[in-house]
Design a protein around this ligand. Structure first.
Ligand code: PMP
Length: 437
């Protein structure tokens, strides 16, 4: 029922033999296609396009109102109390996290430790390394974080931890981290929590201000292009007080209240953090996407994607030579992201065959989470060193399928058939991919 609401899902694409095949997109963790109504809304809105907070003309005032009112829709979507939080528009999750790292990094107040995990996307790891000492929570053999290790780190570094930051869901295994328990622990030991919501927000309901006050999520970052809107818009939601007295990371038009040749008074948040003319089309697209997600219902989306995941795991598990990573059996504690390999073929070859012969788009490689993939593949220190010293060595990696709300069981059947063909003709594909790909 949702398939018809998404743009381009029935597009035909050329295979390697030049025949056309209906495209199957199992790479939604990278980017989702947009909702039809998002494209209709921005097309219709184009006629009303004008400057934000910079004019008294009718269109300009209308655009400024739409831009500001969207903040309410965004806070509402993640159940964030508008009296406490401010939503700052950014271009994506990466920019959101860099902004927060910069801001907290300017005034560490002797709390110079960030606790995170080694299952993070590089965007929730590298920005912190610029300003803080980063401690990584241990993972178990299935690749899930250990709450005990988090607690012992919080005790060991009590008074020195500026923030605990974790992905709401991993972009490699789809694991859902127990974010409310993590928030509870962070607050118990006097620090705050940030959730990288890039993978979580489009697939799972979130409450920033939950009933149990101790489990409040202090910061949340996410991207519009993973939730059925186009590229270029993301949000950082933060307590207003965090941005009350800092100097913004980017300064210029829109960030100031008073400027003289030798004096500057910054605007109040969120405006002081949104330098330059903003991306209103992106905000219009994002709020329309949120409206549609609300209409569908996040619980229903979650349930549908869980059923797709259970079905895929069950079928992949039965194919010899398919190596599944993490929890191999069901969708418990995970979203619709499944990493696997086929014994004897490279991830590069498998992804190329799936696309070229099956019209099936998956992602392969390390998914901007190299430390996590190294752990899942049990890659030794020695091997990592060898690769550092020799950039020509091939990168290890995985195949990742990731679902969107519009994917179907029939599409999964096509993937399974194709994987079976690859497995039964492994020798042939090994020789072919070695030569051709
Ligand atoms: N965090 C996670 C968990 C992600 O999956 C991604 C995107 N792959 C990002 C952060 C970065 O998102 P963006 O590229 O939109 O900044």
């Amino acid at each position: 029922k949702w398939r018809g609401q998404v743009v381009g899902v029935n597009k035909k694409v050329p295979l390697s033999n030049n025949r056309l095949s209906t495209y199957v997109n199992f790479d939604n963790a990278a980017t989702t296609p947009p909702f039809k109504s998002v494209i209709e809304r921005i097309t219709e809105f184009a006629g009303w396009y004008s400057s934000i907070h910079r004019g008294k003309g009718y269109k300009s005032r209308l655009c400024s109102t739409i831009y500001e009112e969207a903040r309410g829709d965004i806070l509402n979507f993640v159940k964030a109390d508008p009296d406490y939080y401010t939503p700052i528009y950014v271009k994506n999750t990466t920019e959101a996290i860099n902004k927060l790292a910069y801001t907290l990094g300017q005034d560490t107040d002797n709390r110079n430790i960030i606790i995170t995990t080694s299952m993070e996307h590089h965007s929730n790891d590298l920005p912190w390394r610029k300003y803080f000492k980063v401690e990584y929570i241990k993972l178990n053999e299935k690749g899930q974080l250990s709450l005990d290790d988090l607690e012992s780190k919080l005790i060991k570094h009590r008074g020195k931890v500026r923030l605990v930051t974790v992905g709401g869901a991993s972009n490699v295994t789809g694991y859902l981290n127990p974010i409310y328990q993590i928030a509870g622990l962070a607050h118990k030991y006097g620090t705050e929590v940030m959730i990288d919501g890039a993978q979580l927000i489009p697939h799972h309901p979130v409450e920033m201000s939950p009933k149990k006050a101790g489990e409040r999520l202090d910061y949340l970052a996410f991207s519009g292009h993973k939730m059925y809107a186009p590229f270029g818009t993301g949000v950082l939601i933060a307590p207003q007080k965090t941005f009350a007295s800092n100097t913004p990371d980017q300064v210029g038009g829109g960030t100031v209240d008073i400027v003289t040749p030798d004096f500057v008074r910054w605007h109040t948040p969120p405006h002081k953090e949104e330098a330059g003319s903003p991306n209103l089309m992106g905000i219009v697209a994002l709020t329309e996407a949120i409206k549609i997600l609300n209409e569908f219902g996040m619980e229903s989306i979650l349930n549908h994607e869980k059923r797709l995941t259970d079905y895929t795991l069950k079928r992949l598990n039965k194919i010899p030579d398919v190596i599944l990573y993490g929890n191999k059996f069901n969708s418990k504690d995970r979203l619709g992201i499944i990493p696997f390999n086929i014994d004897g073929l490279s991830h590069e070859s498998i992804a190329t065959i799936l696309a070229g012969e099956g019209g099936i788009a998956v992602r392969n490689g390390c998914f901007c989470a190299q430390p996590y993939v190294q752990q899942l593949l049990n890659i030794s220190e020695q091997e990592i060193r060898a690769r550092i010293n020799n950039p020509d060595l091939p990168h290890p990696g995985l195949i990742r399928i990731s679902f969107g709300l519009y994917n179907t069981f029939q599409e999964i059947d096509r993937l399974i058939d194709m994987v079976k063909v690859i497995v039964s003709n492994k020798e042939y594909y090994y020789r072919k991919t070695k030569i051709n790909f």
